[in-house]
Design a protein around this ligand. Structure first.
Ligand code: 5AD
Ligand code: SF4
Length: 362
């Protein structure tokens, strides 16, 4: 067994140096040991259980222009949609009846008054239709404190806002000049101040990204005292400036997949009691990607509840899977796959992270 893992298993610290060593592991045996260690920690702090969040991809209209993203404002080939209120309620009802316990409303970023109001209405509507039972996570980009507060009062209790990279200079290379790293950081602080459970995350496998940066990303999660982590591999989208600037860049699928599992495992080893998502992007890299993510330390899966007619247009990166399944089929398949690896699904609960509960008590 690798010496660093041995130390961590005995309760030793996982700091910068250790994370470097862990991210550099590459033999099959070492990687297995890494995933097993992370999984043990996950079982100890979370249990042998997985939470579901019904994912509602509300709209792919976005006012931002991130260089890597398929639904950026200037991609004129993107087929834009916004779900109707009825469609959102239908998706939320499905999630509620399927006992998922909570939903995530994800959207491209807009901050106009009509959008702010509509999200507020949707949050209230979902609370009402589920007799206050469904938990609601929002992932609708950077907003003013007033907007965040309004949405919280309406009933949202968790917010996901990826920092994308913790390195401000690298952030500048991935975004146009008017997208501010520091503003995003401020948003994360505001969300915490308002009492949301805070989620963030990064992309990895980006052109020009170094292992040092990824180690700092992990340490950033701890510094920010996050409750939830949603991160994922960068996957080229051909209609983006990043693809045009690096025409030959594409990490090999296997390499990217291994990196994804390593990042999940390291996040679990470092952060212990937070919620970590095993994302759809993993699934597009490997047919059992999501289950392998769970076995490397993740504990949250977000089954897509977006109606099939919209889903195909929520095209952040190429090869996104799952667009052809109905929510019923998706649910059955996921539950089976979770049970096959010896875990069970937590139904009818919000699935807050023990980390958040511990902070509350403390
Ligand atoms: N590859 C992987 N993830 C991407 N995202 C956007 N574009 C890509 C891409 N090409 C992720 C970002 C963003 C989330 C909505 O989708 O991390 O926060
Ligand atoms: Fe919009 Fe998010 Fe895509 Fe950036 S990453 S263009 S904010 S949807």
């Amino acid at each position: 067994m690798n010496a660093v893992l041995e130390k961590i298993r005995k309760g030793g610290p996982a700091g910068e140096e250790e994370l470097h060593d862990l991210l550099a592991l590459h033999t099959e045996e070492e990687l297995d040991a890494l995933y097993r260690t992370a999984y043990e920690i996950k079982c100890r702090f979370i249990g042998k259980k997985v939470s579901f969040r019904g994912l509602i991809e509300y709209s792919n209209v976005c006012t931002k222009n991130c260089y890597y993203c398929g639904i950026r404002r200037d991609n004129f080939h993107a087929d834009r949609y916004t779900m109707s209120r009825e469609q959102v309620y239908e998706a939320a009802s499905f999630a509620w009846k399927a006992s998922y316990g909570s939903v995530v409303i994800q959207s491209g970023e807009r901050s106009d008054p009509a959008f702010v109001k509509e999200i507020e209405t949707l949050v209230r509507g979902i609370k009402e239709l589920s007799r206050n039972e469904l938990g609601i996570t929002l992932s609708c980009g950077e907003q003013t404190e007033e907007t965040f507060r309004k949405w919280k009062e309406a009933g949202a209790h968790r917010y996901l806002l990826r920092i994308e990279t913790s390195d401000p200079v690298f952030y500048g290379k991935l975004h146009p000049a008017d997208h501010s790293y520091f503003q995003r950081l401020e948003c994360l602080k505001t969300l915490r101040k308002l009492g949301y459970q805070n989620g963030s995350g990064v992309m990895f496998g980006l052109p020009g990204q170094t292992q040092e940066q990824m180690v700092r990303d992990l340490l950033f999660f701890r510094e920010m005292d996050l409750d939830m982590i949603g991160m994922g591999p960068y996957i080229v989208h051909s209609e983006t400036p990043l693809a045009a600037s690096f025409p030959d860049f594409a990490l090999h699928k296997e390499e990217l997949f291994t990196l994804s599992l390593k990042m999940i495992a390291c996040a679990r080893i470092l952060l212990r009691d937070v919620n970590i998502a095993s994302t759809t992007a993993l699934q597009s890299l490997h047919p059992s990607g999501r289950e392998m993510g769970l076995l490397a330390g993740a504990n949250v899966i977000m089954p897509n509840c977006t109606p099939p007619s919209c889903k195909a247009s929520y095209d952040l990166y190429e090869g996104k899977t799952g667009a052809e399944k109905s929510p019923e089929e998706a649910r059955k398949e996921l539950q089976d796959s979770v049970e096959r690896i010896g875990e069970s699904v937590v139904f009818n609960a919000w699935g807050d992270s023990p980390h958040f509960a511990a902070k509350r008590k403390g």
